[in-house]
Design a binder for this molecule. Structure first.
Ligand code: FES
Length: 390
C-alpha cells in the first residue's frame, strides 16, 4: 500500500476534519458560492407558495363558467389535483379548492382551466362567477391533492363515479390519458338529474371520440332518454360497465351521491384499496350525515385564539368551524376543506364538535391530544379553539 493510502487510513486525521473544513469555508470566495441548488429551484417551480394567474377566457356553461387562467409559468401537476383560489370579499379573505379541468400538458404550455359552478348560498363560487372578468388576476395555491392515478396502488382501469362539478378531475384525467401522460384506461359514470345539467359534455365526448381508452356514460335520474342510463349510479350500472379484470373506483361529487354509491360498492366485493374518494370541498349541511346528533343548539359562542389574541364569536352551529372563522375575518390556513390535507389543523381547548367519520382523516396523535381539522368540524356546544394564522 502506498504511503498516501496509509495516511488516509490514519484515524487521527479525523480530529482535523472540523478545523480543515472551517479553513476551507473561511478561504472560499463569494464568487464560487452556490446560491440556488437545482433541487431547490425545481421544488420552488413545482410548489410555489402562490401563483398569480390572469383570466384569459371565460366560457359560460349551464350554471357554471369555465375559466382559462394563465401565467408565464404554471406549476406542473398530476391529473386530479386542485388549486385553492383566494378571494377578498368585503375585507375578508376566503379560499376554495377547484379541481383543474385542463391537462398537465396544458400547464406546461402556460395555462390552467377550472370550472366554477353556482352554489346556492355559496360565498366564493358565486363571488367569482359575478366578479371575475377577462383581464383580472387571481391568486391561487400550487396544485395540491392526492386524487390522482398511482399505478403502484390503483388498478389499471378506473371506474369514475361523478356528480355535478365532481366531473372536473376526471376530465383532466381523460385528457391526460388521451395525451399519453397517464397509462390507465377510464370509464366515467356521470350522474346528473337531466341532460341539460351535464357539465363539460362536449369536451368529454370529444376526448372519447379521439381516444379509445376513455368512455363516458351519462346517467340521468329524472329523464329516461335513449343513449343515457336512467336512475342512480348503483351496483348494477357499475357492474354493467366494469371490466372483467380488476378495477379501481374513484368517486367525486355531492355528499348525498357519494354516500349512496358507498352503500352500493360493497355489493361488488371490490378490494377497499381500490376505492378512492375526492374529499375537497366542505359539506355545507351537517344534517346529510346520518350520525349528526339531534338537539344541537342553534347558535354557539366560540372563543378563538390566534397568536394569543382572543376573539369572541356567536355563530350558527350548522357551519364548519373554518367557515365560521372566515365569516368573522379570521383566516387560518386551508386547502382541501374536506378533512384530508391537515392545513386547517387547530387545537380544540374546550367544547364539543361533530366530525363526520368519513371525513375524519386526522392522525391518531391529533385525535388523542385534542386537535381537529376545522374544515370538517361542526360545533355541538360553545367552543374555545386555538388556530394558526395563514
Ligand atoms: S383544509 Fe384540508 S384538512 Fe382542513
Amino acid at each position: 500500500m502506498s504511503k498516501h493510502n496509509l495516511e488516509s487510513l490514519n484515524p487521527l486525521k479525523f480530529t482535523e476534519l472540523i478545523k480543515n473544513r472551517e479553513t476551507k469555508i473561511a478561504n472560499a470566495s463569494a464568487e464560487n458560492c452556490v446560491a440556488d441548488f437545482n433541487a431547490n429551484v425545481l421544488a420552488q417551480k413545482l410548489h410555489p407558495q402562490k401563483q398569480i394567474l390572469r383570466v384569459i377566457g371565460i366560457k359560460e356553461e349551464k350554471d357554471a363558467k369555465i375559466y382559462t387562467l394563465t401565467a408565464e409559468e404554471c406549476a406542473y401537476f398530476t391529473a386530479g389535483q386542485y388549486l385553492s383560489v383566494y378571494v377578498n370579499i368585503d375585507g375578508k379573505k376566503y379560499s376554495r379548492p377547484y379541481s383543474i379541468v385542463s391537462s398537465p400538458k396544458d400547464a406546461l404550455e402556460g395555462f390552467y382551466v377550472i370550472a366554477v359552478k353556482r352554489v346556492e348560498g355559496g360565498i366564493v363560487s358565486n363571488y367569482i362567477l359575478d366578479n371575475l372578468n377577462v383581464g383580472d388576476t387571481v391568486e391561487v395555491s400550487d396544485p395540491t391533492g392526492n386524487f390522482t392515478y398511482e399505478p403502484l396502488r390503483d388498478a389499471g382501469h378506473i371506474i369514475a363515479i361523478a356528480g355535478g362539478s365532481g366531473i372536473t378531475p376526471f376530465v383532466s384525467l381523460a385528457k391526460a390519458i388521451s395525451e399519453g401522460s397517464e397509462e390507465c384506461t377510464l370509464t366515467i359514470l356521470y350522474g346528473s338529474r337531466k341532460e341539460e345539467d351535464i357539465l363539460l359534455k362536449s369536451e368529454l365526448d370529444n376526448i372519447c371520440r379521439k381516444c379509445g381508452k376513455v368512455k363516458a356514460v351519462y346517467v340521468l335520474s329524472e329523464e329516461d332518454k335513449e343513449g343515457f342510463e336512467y336512475g342512480f349510479i348503483n351496483a348494477e350500472i357499475i357492474e354493467k360497465y366494469a371490466p372483467e379484470s380488476e378495477y379501481s373506483v374513484f368517486l367525486c361529487g355531492p355528499q348525498a351521491m357519494i354516500s349512496f354509491a358507498d352503500r352500493e360498492l360493497p355489493k361488488l366485493n371490490i378490494d377497499k384499496k381500490y376505492i378512492r374518494h375526492e374529499v375537497h370541498g366542505e359539506v355545507a349541511d351537517p344534517k346529510v350525515f346520518a350520525d349528526y346528533p339531534e338537539n344541537t343548539p342553534h347558535t354557539v359562542n366560540i372563543t378563538v385564539y390566534v397568536k394569543g389574541e382572543k376573539t369572541e364569536i356567536t355563530a350558527s352551529s350548522q357551519n364548519t368551524v373554518l367557515r365560521i372563522l372566515e365569516d368573522n375575518g379570521i383566516n387560518p390556513p386551508s386547502r382541501c376543506r374536506g378533512g384530508e390535507c391537515g392545513f386547517c389543523h387547530s387545537k380544540l381547548l374546550s367544547g364539543k364538535v361533530f366530525i363526520p367519520k368519513e371525513l375524519d382523516k386526522r392522525r391518531q396523535a391529533d385525535s388523542k391530544f385534542g386537535f381537529v381539522h376545522s374544515c370538517c368540524s361542526y360545533p355541538l356546544s360553545d367552543l374555545e379553539i386555538e388556530v394558526s394564522e395563514s
